[in-house]
Design a protein around this ligand. Structure first.
Ligand code: HEM
Length: 426
């Protein structure tokens, strides 16, 4: 038996998804319960699950039968290449994953604490005062800088500037629907037209690649360094594989973290009692970050493409379909999170952690950058709050807007910043 789902034609389900994904999923959940099937034009059907237990059963397919890499390949391979931990599966995936794990462990990334704080302070000093601006874009400048300087390890000012100019365009064109959904057979001819999005994307990619390969060559000639590139150069990976993993960390790591930070402020500026306890209470700050990612998970799904049928309760999901948790609803399961609608950082104090908390996915494909992301969020929140007083010009909560595979605040977290009065900084 197949899980129930809307009877609308796939084209209308796709349109609803694009117009209001959270609203569509909430409606399906109310109507069909914890597991339902959604159909998108041009893709196999996808089964979404909304409880921790069902999600775990899907994540268990990472040991066989489920392919996270294949589920992401169509949308990402043109950017990250054929040797990325995001898009590989099986043994080749593990060969890459085991080289990325060590430099991104909590203990290793803790060494970036002061550099992250310094980058944040440098950028915060350029923010406008006393007039509203979208915070998410400013957060993305910080997280991009972290990738360029701490992951890629680029220090030469000219190269940092050039990457800062090129990378946002690369991501924007590469992530656009016109490029990501372009059928393979049209890529050759359209790629030759420089003013079309795909042509522009190819030009940007070639320029970024030339810079990265040059950096890799220079660093091989002078080994060492505490950045992630330095660590990858000590492994068996070749230049092309390293290039692919650098772009992978850029694609997976900087917009996501910036959006997490934008949500943190979108929520906190509407909760003065919680804000007052920050940033000095360190365990509380950590719990706040986790609660933000619970109530506003950045990535909404973590799908697997099945190559064998998967039994979920009374249902059997056929091979060739996608299955994955819809994370915002798993995070609102009252069995896992009592009073799920309330913002209660206390849930995460004293080491309490629920299996249902999955902003970073799960199984073997659990986000490799989770520790870095959590550190960045804590450090950047602390730097902002100790320097500026932020307010929301409009107290109404911001809605959620779909941006690639993320849910971002609809107004990108509009804030007004004022310099902190000295009394509050002591
Ligand atoms: C708040 C920030 C972030 C969020 C919410 C997030 C979320 C996720 C999620 C949901 C997945 C999919 C897991 C699954 O399929 O089960 C994932 C995978 C991944 N993330 Fe993150 N991520 C964040 C930051 C980062 C950072 C900073 C990096 C790198 C520096 C990174 C690198 C990756 C990579 C490489 C994968 C693929 C792992 C694999 O398939 O083996 N992410 N992330």
């Amino acid at each position: 038996m197949l899980p129930p789902g809307p009877k609308l034609p796939a084209s209308l389900q796709t349109t609803w998804f694009m117009a209001d994904a959270p609203g569509a999923f909430e409606s399906y959940h109310r109507k069909y319960g914890p597991i339902f099937t959604v159909r998108y034009s041009g893709f196999p059907p996808e089964v979404y699950v909304t409880t921790a237990e069902l999600a775990e059963q899907v994540f268990r397919t990472d040991q066989g039968g489920g392919h996270a890499g294949a589920a992401r390949r169509d949308f990402l391979e043109h950017m990250v290449g054929a040797h990325s931990v995001l898009t590989l599966d099986g043994d080749p995936w593990w060969r890459h994953r085991k080289t990325l794990n060590p430099p991104l462990r909590a203990k290793q990334v803790a060494g970036y604490h002061d550099d992250i704080a310094a980058i944040a302070a440098e950028k915060i000093a350029t923010w406008p005062l006393d007039r509203p601006f979208p915070l998410r874009d400013r957060m993305q400048e910080i997280t991009l800088e972290i990738i360029i300087r701490l992951i890629f390890g680029v220090t030469d000012a000219g190269r940092v500037d050039r990457l800062r100019e090129l990378l946002p365009g690369l991501i924007e064109t590469g992530g656009s629907m016109q490029v990501a959904m372009l059928p393979e057979r049209l890529r050759g001819p359209l790629g030759r037209v420089p003013f079309l999005p795909y042509g522009r994307f190819l030009r940007l990619r070639a320029e970024v690649d030339a810079l990265l390969f040059d950096e890799i060559r220079r660093r091989r000639a002078a080994p060492g360094g505490t950045d992630v590139l330095g660590r990858l150069l000590e492994t068996e990976l070749g230049d092309q594989e390293i290039r692919d993993e650098l772009i992978t960390m850029l694609i997976a790591g900087h917009e996501t973290t910036a959006t997490g930070l934008a949500w943190a402020f979108e929520r906190l500026l509407r909760m003065p009692d919680i804000l007052r306890r920050l940033p000095d209470d360190e365990p509380y700050l950590d719990a706040v970050v986790k609660e933000v990612l619970r109530v506003r998970p950045v990535v909404y799904e973590a799908p697997r493409l099945l190559d064998a049928p998967l039994r979920l309760g009374e249902y059997e999901i056929p091979a060739g379909w996608y299955a994955g948790p819809y994370i915002p609803l798993v995070h609102r399961d009252p069995a896992a999170f009592p009073a799920p609608g309330e913002f209660r950082p206390e849930r995460f104090l004293e080491g309490h952690q629920s299996r249902a908390w999955m902003p970073f996915g799960g199984g073997r494909r659990f986000c490799v950058g989770a520790q870095l992301a959590l550190l960045e969020m804590r450090v950047i929140i602390r730097e902002v709050l100790s320097r500026l007083e932020l307010t929301a010009p409009d107290q109404a909560p911001e809605g959620r807007r779909l941006k690639n595979v993320t849910l971002a605040p609809a107004k990108l977290t509009r804030v007004t910043a004022r310099a902190r009065t000295p009394a509050r900084t002591t």
